[in-house]
Design a protein. Structure first.
Length: 382
């Protein structure tokens, strides 16, 4: 967890402390008075971040109350950052840009033309969420959403390279915000709508290993419960049969039947308990937002479907060294090939232009998000 040591060191240094590294995985802190008060620490402290602690060190981990103490120290600072990168140190576009676009523009019912590639600036919004999933176990995770505000595409490929690039910048050398008014800012409502559409799917994908583990444990418990109650049922049924054979009276048989019913009821109650035990709730908080403007190579494209045309663009980012991907304009999946709708030339995935389940008419779910334009049947995602 030496990353955490680095973060704590930078924060304490910024708050006026003198910080020195000590091994194994620790720091020695000489804190000024306000910092001593804010963190309830003495003037001289040693902190340890690894399994093994340096001499006289207190243990500081993400799970301990130190995250709250340091969070309290920061308050709202560091929640929203606006930065701007210039084009100096960035890579140039690969020599065969046409190949990049051929790979991306796989469309089944339309054609396209690459009009030009130009140097442009664009603005990205990188949102960082903390996820907490709780079922029989608890799991914390961090999830990023990154979008290009110029065309509303997801810029997932940019997240990791961008974070490592920003981390590699020396302190004091951080890029300055610029007065970048070349592009209208996405307002709060637009960002909120975007997050509402994209986050649930991302959370599901991110939590799928956790979910799979949980389902395995739940399956095992269900099997055990089933085996146990099946045995009980068999025994009770056998006793009932024996009593019948012995010609015992209705009262005796009734007792066994009641026992069978009770076993059945108990089984269903236990199943319901298990479902409650394994039900998962997920909470998420926006913990940080970064707005970044930077240079890109813009691929201006013309989509052509029958007699209609539509201009779009995709950006090649010099930090990720990748051309961004197209996304279905309805469900935001990136499943190729894309389809282009007749009315508005939306780029959509096959399932968002599928036939109506009632009348069979094929229609675009981006044009008609709630119901079929022919028969009015409500669509699956409305
Ligand atoms: Zn779709
Ligand atoms: Zn229909
Ligand atoms: Zn459409």
């Amino acid at each position: 967890m030496s990353d955490f040591r680095g973060i704590v060191s930078s924060i304490l240094t910024a708050e006026g402390a003198i910080v020195e590294q000590v091994e194994p995985e620790g720091i020695e802190v000489l804190a000024p008075e306000p910092l001593q008060k804010a963190l309830s620490i003495p003037e001289w402290t040693r902190m340890g971040f690894g399994l093994e602690l340096p001499d006289q060190a207190v243990r500081v981990t993400l799970e301990s109350d130190w995250t709250e103490r340091i969070g309290g120290l920061l308050g709202d600072r560091g929640r929203f950052l606006v930065i701007s990168l210039d084009r100096n140190s960035f890579s140039k576009l690969p020599s065969d840009p046409e190949r990049l676009i051929r790979h991306e523009m796989v469309m089944d019912n339309a054609t396209y033309r690459l009009k030009e590639i130009v140097e442009e600036r664009t603005r990205y919004l990188l949102l960082t969420f903390r996820l907490t999933a709780v079922s029989d176990e608890k799991r914390d995770d961090i999830l990023h959403l990154c979008l290009n505000e110029s065309n509303g595409t997801m810029a997932d490929d940019l997240v990791d390279p961008l974070l490592s690039y920003l981390n590699s910048l020396k302190a004091g050398n951080a890029p300055e915000p610029e007065d970048d008014d070349f592009l209208a800012l996405w307002g709060a409502q637009k960002v909120r709508d975007f997050v509402k559409r994209t986050l649930p799917g991302r959370i599901r994908t991110r939590l799928s290993p956790f979910l799979a583990g949980m389902e395995r444990r739940m399956g095992r418990d269900m099997d055990r419960l089933y085996a146990y109650h099946t045995d009980l049922r068999h025994e009770a049924a056998k006793r009932l049969e024996d009593k019948k054979q012995k010609g015992l009276g209705e009262d005796e048989l009734k007792k066994e039947r009641m026992r069978l019913d009770a076993i059945e009821r108990e089984y269903h109650a236990k199943i319901a308990d298990l479902q409650r035990k394994y039900a998962m709730t997920v909470e998420f908080d926006l913990i940080q937002a970064l707005r970044l403007t930077m240079p890109v190579y813009r691929f201006r494209l013309l989509i052509m479907r029958r007699k209609e045309k539509r201009n779009i663009h995709l950006d090649w980012n010099p930090v990720s060294k990748k051309l961004e991907s197209l996304f279905c304009e309805r469900c935001l999946s990136s499943l190729k090939p894309y389809w282009v709708c007749d009315d508005n030339l939306h780029l959509i995935c096959p399932s968002c232009i599928s036939p109506c389940s009632s009348c069979g008419k094929t229609y675009c779910r981006a044009c008609h998000p709630t119901k079929c334009p022919k028969c009015g049947h409500r669509s699956y995602s409305s």
